[in-house]
Design a protein around this ligand. Structure first.
Ligand code: NAD
Length: 251
């Protein structure tokens, strides 16, 4: 049977959370024939999660805020698999803050993982993709970028995720001539660990009531959208923002 990602090599950052969007994406990619490299912090144990995907996948400890880690991930992937076809910039953190509460440390933490991490990891893989003259980069932004936050992230999270949309579009414009597509996904409210401790039952019910599809999202909902953008099904799609939010924001 032909699969969508047969022979492809995919790097997924922040991919080691068992209930997270990154691991769901990694699972969908592996099921479609890709060799997957899961990148995550040491405490998340990316090697163990890569082993969960089956044989032929790799877990690499890496912090996307560090350029040397991103370069090492790209080099390790190229050495092991000989190519890099797909990058999913998924690693992210959020903090619930009001505008006045955001400290310099908060700003640095949230901007660094979400936005700098997306830049650094893209910079690390793009030369490999350029040499191949093909590649697909999928950046995980958020509905928060579009609606002005107000759910589980403060204004600095909205700004970081909006920055990812600008970066995605600029990379798409610059890299199109090299055969590299770059797109963003703006997830709505997805039931993952990132919500833990940030959502009361009352708020969860209220938010759910505002979603036309009548439920919070599942990590698989994002994994499937990432699979579409990463694969040849989206061969003429670049610079796009794909809303995967159950209709919570229709614009
Ligand atoms: P999650 O907390 O399960 O996943 C985030 C992953 O990123 C974790 O595995 C974490 O260890 C990893 N990570 C954190 N800092 C890192 C770093 N410096 N380097 C490498 N890895 C790092 O949460 P999730 O909900 O699966 O989030 C995945 C992405 O989706 C994030 O970018 C998040 O902002 C975005 N998102 C989530 C939602 C939602 O409702 N869950 C909505 C919109 C966008």
């Amino acid at each position: 049977m032909t699969t969508l990602l047969e022979g492809k090599v995919a790097v997924v950052t922040g991919g080691a959370g068992p209930r997270g969007i990154g691991f769901a994406t990694a699972r969908h990619f592996a099921a479609q024939g890709a060799s997957v490299v899961i990148v995550d912090l040491e405490r998340a144990n990316p090697a163990a999660m890569a082993a969960e995907l089956g044989d032929g996948h790799l877990g690499v400890v890496g912090d996307v805020t560090r350029a040397e880690d991103c370069a090492r991930v790209a080099e390790t992937t190229r050495e092991r698999f000989g190519r890099i076809d797909i990058l999913v910039n998924n690693a992210g953190i959020t903090q619930k803050r009001t505008l006045a509460e955001i400290s310099g440390t908060d700003y640095d933490a949230v901007l660094d993982v979400n936005l700098r991490g997306t830049l650094l990891m893209s910079q690390a893989v793009v030369p490999v993709m350029q040499a191949q003259r093909s590649g697909s980069i999928v950046c995980i932004s958020s509905v928060s970028a579009q609606r002005g936050g107000g759910i589980v992230g403060g204004p600095h999270y909205s700004a970081a995720k909006a920055g990812i949309l600008g970066l995605t579009r600029a990379m798409a414009r610059e890299l199109g001539a090299s055969g590299i597509r770059v797109n963003a996904i703006t997830p709505g409210l997805i039931d993952t660990d990132i919500l833990v401790g940030k959502l009361s039952d009352a708020l969860r019910a209220e938010l759910k009531a505002g979603v036309p599809l009548g439920r919070l999202g599942h990590p698989d909902d994002i994994g499937k959208a990432a699979l579409f953008l990463a694969s040849d099904l989206a061969s003429y799609v670049t610079g796009a923002t794909l809303d995967v939010n159950g209709g919570m924001l229709i614009h």
